[in-house]
Design a protein around this ligand. Structure first.
Ligand SMILES: Cc1cc2nc3c(=O)[nH]c(=O)nc-3n(C[C@H](O)[C@H](O)[C@H](O)COP(=O)(O)OP(=O)(O)OC[C@H]3O[C@@H](n4cnc5c(N)ncnc54)[C@H](O)[C@@H]3O)c2cc1C
Length: 380
């Protein structure tokens, strides 16, 4: 199989996203990082350019493309220099809206997907709870039947876009059964008294919004049940492959960006009377980094090609996620080292990229959970 699934058809899109990233995101990320927030206007602008609905049908305002178009968007977005900005936009397009597209009723698509594609409503996927992360089946938020729907009590945490989201795509218990039984997906409007979100301070992704959300008898009308009642566990699982592919694509994009910046730096920086690139030890280091990035890209593109071809690519996707996330942190940390003291300074952005990359081994399923999955898939 050819390692790159992209064709010439994707080049135009890549150029357009790159232009947007270079002219409208990258110059502003420093300010947004300092403010610990990027404006909602970024969603509006991305929507205007068609990037929030690349894989969604035209009838909901989308571009009628497929996952490969979204993959181009994800790879390029990773070069914006802010993991928080990439994560906020990526969570909206890549994890929060897909369940509505796949499992939503026509009415739900009109009320939630179309406005999300238009950038008018911002979405968050709220699965994780203070006592349920890797162990998704331990979810405790509880929906109780009331006239016309449910009220929900519980807490969700580490939720990307959680402060700004106008609605949550969330999983809650709709029965008293244990384990993965009795879970349901609900669309929860956040502009009601029963929902409150507080921002969390974090190591990286500073421009992004990550929230602890309290659901205190939040009302959810009957028509906001996504998919079938008590069968929500399947919905949680349904998008994991795409989420992990997106993270692998993002890691490859970020590694390549850090590498490109570092090569430019070592060529212009002199020490002991010659450019840093004149030292064999540093050249060898760069060769190793380029090789790691290439291996990550090939593994990721192979998994992507299988995924878009409709294969059950759990082995390849899980390996791509596992391989690229720790690699991204290590490659970017090596790039920081190659910058010397400048690498430690905010001005050069490498320190931010290293901090931002650390999340990859934790979010979307930790490295340990990837190994657990692979242990089963490989029949070990
Ligand atoms: C910045 C950020 C953004 C996030 N965004 C979202 C979001 O938008 N929506 C959302 O729902 N969630 C989100 N998350 C949550 C994320 O998915 C979880 O943090 C992650 O799945 C890990 O769960 P946990 O934090 O509860 O860790 P735990 O499950 O408590 O794990 C702690 C440690 O134990 C290890 N461990 C756990 N079980 C096993 C096992 N069986 N075998 C071996 N090791 C194990 C883990 O690998 C980890 O090292 C986000 C997290 C962060 C940090």
């Amino acid at each position: 199989m050819h390692p790159s699934p992209f064709t010439d058809e994707h080049d135009d899109l890549r150029a357009a996203v790159r232009r947007f990233v270079e002219t409208e995101l990258r110059p502003n990320v420093r300010e947004w990082e300092d403010a610990r927030w990027f404006p909602d206007a970024v969603f509006h602008r991305a929507a205007e350019l068609g990037f929030l609905g690349l894989k969604y049908p035209e009838e909901y305002g989308g571009q009628g493309g497929d996952h490969l178009h979204d993959a181009v968007w994800t790879e390029e977005l990773a070069r914006c220099g802010s993991g928080g900005v990439a994560a906020g936009l990526g969570a909206h397009t890549g994890i929060a809206t897909p369940p509505i597209w796949k499992f939503g009723t026509e009415d739900q698509k009109r009320r939630y997907l179309a406005p999300a594609v238009a950038g008018e409503r911002i979405a968050a996927l709220a699965i994780t709870e203070p006592d349920a992360g890797s162990d998704v089946a331990a979810i405790r938020a509880r929906a109780t039947r009331v006239d016309g729907g449910w009220t929900v009590r519980g807490a969700k945490t580490y939720i990307t876009n959680g402060v700004r989201a106008s609605f949550l795509v969330t999983a809650v218990k709709t029965t008293g059964e244990g384990g993965h039984h009795g879970l349901s997906f609900l669309l929860v409007d956040t502009d009601q008294p029963g929902v409150s979100a507080s921002p969390l301070e974090k190591m990286g992704w500073h421009a992004g919004d990550t929230a602890l959300i309290a659901l205190d008898d939040a009302f959810v009308p009957e028509e906001n049940l996504l998919g079938r009642e008590n069968e929500g566990f399947a919905l949680i699982m349904a998008n994991f492959q795409w989420e992990r592919l997106m993270m692998a694509l993002g890691a490859v994009g970020a590694m390549q960006d850090a590498y490109d910046r570092t090569v430019a730096y070592v060529k212009r920086r002199n020490a002991f009377g010659r450019p840093l690139s004149g030292f064999q030890a540093l050249r060898h280091k760069l060769v190793d980094l380029a090789t790691t990035i290439h291996a990550g890209r090939c593994t990721t593109h192979d998994a992507l090609a299988r995924f878009v071809a409709g294969e059950n690519a759990i082995r390849e996707v899980t390996m791509a996620k596992l391989l690229t996330q720790r690699s991204a942190f290590e490659v970017i940390d090596a790039c920081l080292q190659l910058h010397g003291g400048a690498g430690y300074m905010e001005e050069h952005e490498i320190e931010r990229m290293a901090r931002d990359a650390r999340l990859g081994s934790i979010g979307g399923g930790t490295d340990e959970i990837m190994r657990e999955i692979l242990g089963k898939v490989l029949d070990l």
